[in-house]
Structure formats: C-alpha cells, structure tokens
Ligand binder design. Structure first.
Ligand SMILES: Cc1cc2nc3c(=O)[nH]c(=O)nc-3n(C[C@H](O)[C@H](O)[C@H](O)COP(=O)(O)O)c2cc1C
Length: 296
C-alpha cells in the first residue's frame, strides 16, 4: 500500500507499507521533511522500519546531497533502500539486523570550559594571540575556566559540501573539528580573535567556520543548545572600521547559523602602525571590560 498525505506543514508521508515478515508484522514509513525555510529546495527524507513500537532501522537522506551531475536523487534512493530492506526482512536465511541507532555520533570527550577562545591568526605570537592571553587571564580572574584553541595547530579538513550532516547532525570527517564542536557546544561564551586577512578572516578560521555547518544541521534535527554567547575581537593592519566589514559579516553569519548570540564586537584597527597591540594604551582594559560585561 502506498499513500501520500500531508501530515503537518513540514512533514509529508510519502510511503507507508505493512509487511508480514517471518518474524511478524513490520511497518515501513517514508516521510519527507520540508526544510525549504532553511535552504531553498531542501527536503529531508526519513525511512523508518518498526515492529510494533520498536524501531528497527532508520535511514535519512536529503536533496542537497545530490550534486547537479549526480544521477541519483533523494526520493529514489530512499525508495530503493525501502525495497532493499523489505527483501532483507522477507529473507529467512539472512536475519534482519536491528540498527535503529543509525550512523555513529561519536564525538571526543572534551573537558568543559566556561569560555572557549578561538585564536584565528596563524601567528602564534601575534596580536590575536596576545589578546587571547588577555581574555584567558580575565576569565581566570573571574574564577571561571577557559581554553584557547589554535585552529592552525589542528587538523581540520575543509567542508566538502556533502550535506550528510543534515541527516545525522555530525560531520563525516573525524578530525580535530570534533573537539572544537564539542568545546563550543558546552561553553557559555565563545571569543573569536581574528586578524583581517584580505578583508576577511584567515583561511584556517574560515575552514573551521564552514565546518560548523554540522552544528547548524544538528539544529534542524532539534539538537544543540541555545543561549550561548560570543564576542568577536578583530584586528586590522590598516586604519578605519571599513576594514572589518567582511570579517564582521562572516563571523555574525556563523553565529546566527549556530544559534549563538553575538554579545559584542571589539574592532581594533591600525595595528600595523603600532605593530604590537601591547603598545596601544587601554586595549587590554577594553578587552577585559568586554569579557567581564558578558560573563557577569
Ligand atoms: C595575508 C595577510 C592579509 C592581510 N590583509 C589585510 C587587510 O585586508 N586589511 C588590513 O587592514 N590588514 C590586513 N593584514 C594585516 C593584519 O590584519 C595585521 O597585521 C594584524 O595585526 C595581524 O594579526 P596577528 O598579529 O594576530 O597575526 C593582512 C595581513 C596578512 C598577513
């Protein structure tokens, strides 16, 4: 039996099939979730197999996984999977293995830190590093825990646009980004320190930001936590606020996607004139004021 009815504004039942298998009655349900409010034309298909109330297997795929040259499409893939599983369940010789948990969601255990600083400059002894150190001192002074992450010392593969995170809530790559995601997901405040590189953020920081798409994806699956805050501290070599236009819009877009509230920007221009941020009077105090203001 195949039916197609509207279950709610967002989820359509595509196929519902009851099968009398050797082990008893089994139901297959294929639904289509409308995610077009998030991305134009995005739909997520979910196939579930149940015996009574027991979930035996699930499979998800979404339309964005199929790039323009790909001969497959999400709905056909899901229907093929349904047929494959139906044959499997009817086959008394193989035995139908339950795997309702779906793909592994393992993320590395990361100790909780109240504040995570992402130091985005490739220079480990540059101005952003100095500022990250000031942030850490300030947080320690408030008797809170802090950890500074150096993306340039980590192995973080660029996002390949596979969109599989929209099925699982996690990235297919198991690299150092897992640690970053966990640290950020558990922190109360994220501080992003970034220099301006050709009007935007340095390449490694952009790679990290793109990989946070998995956190955005997890939110579409009802996962993740709201209420975290972030601040941006950016430095430019040249004079003028216009140097920060792109950095602020990249970082703000990232925060919006991940449900993190932007609690303030500190934009420090003309740094190549001074060379060393420690030579500019009052900056350390401004950084402390910002952090204390957000954490109190
Ligand atoms: C590759 C590269 C590109 C840069 N592009 C800009 C730019 O577009 N605008 C600007 O004002 N400064 C630019 N700068 C200067 C840096 O923003 C500035 O030196 C900053 O203080 C470096 O921060 P850091 O000491 O934390 O590494 C650039 C520096 C580098 C190395």
């Amino acid at each position: 039996m195949t039916v197609s009815i509207l279950m709610s504004n967002e989820t359509t039942l595509v196929v519902k099939r009851m099968v009398t298998a050797p082990g008893g009655q089994v139901s297959f349900m294929l639904t289509r979730e409308d995610l077009t409010g998030i991305y134009p034309g995005m739909y997520r298909y979910c196939l579930s197999v149940r015996s009574g109330t027991r979930l035996l297997r699930t499979f998800r795929t979404n339309t964005y996984e199929y790039s323009p040259g790909c001969p497959l499409d999400a709905e056909t893939t899901c229907k093929n999977k349904l047929n494959e599983w139906e044959h499997e369940i009817m086959d008394t010789t193989s035995g139908f293995q339950e795997s309702a948990k779906g793909p592994s969601k393992w993320l590395p255990p990361v100790p909780h830190s109240d504040v995570i600083v992402i130091q985005g400059s490739p220079r480990g002894d540059g101005n952003c590093s100095t500022i990250a150190g000031w942030v850490a001192d300030c947080v320690h002074g408030l008797h809170k825990t802090v950890r500074v992450l150096y993306p340039d010392d980590m192995l973080i593969h660029p996002c390949i646009g596979c969109y599989q995170c929209y099925n699982t809530g996690v990235c297919t790559f198991t690299d150092d980004m897992g640690e970053v995601t966990e640290a950020v997901a558990n922190a109360d405040l994220i501080v992003i320190c970034s220099p301006v590189y050709t009007n935007t953020v340095p390449g490694t920081l952009k790679i990290l930001i793109d990989r946070f798409i998995a956190l955005h994806a997890a939110r579409t699956l009802g996962e993740g936590r709201n209420g975290r805050k972030a601040v941006l501290v950016a430095v430019s070599g040249r004079k003028g606020r216009s140097n920060f236009r792109c950095v602020t819009s990249v970082v703000h877009a990232f925060l919006e996607n991940t449900g993190i509230i932007c609690a303030g920007d500190l934009l420090l221009d003309e740094m190549d004139y001074y060379n060393d941020v420690r030579a500019v009077p009052g900056i350390k105090e401004k950084v402390s004021e910002l952090i204390i203001g957000v954490l109190r």
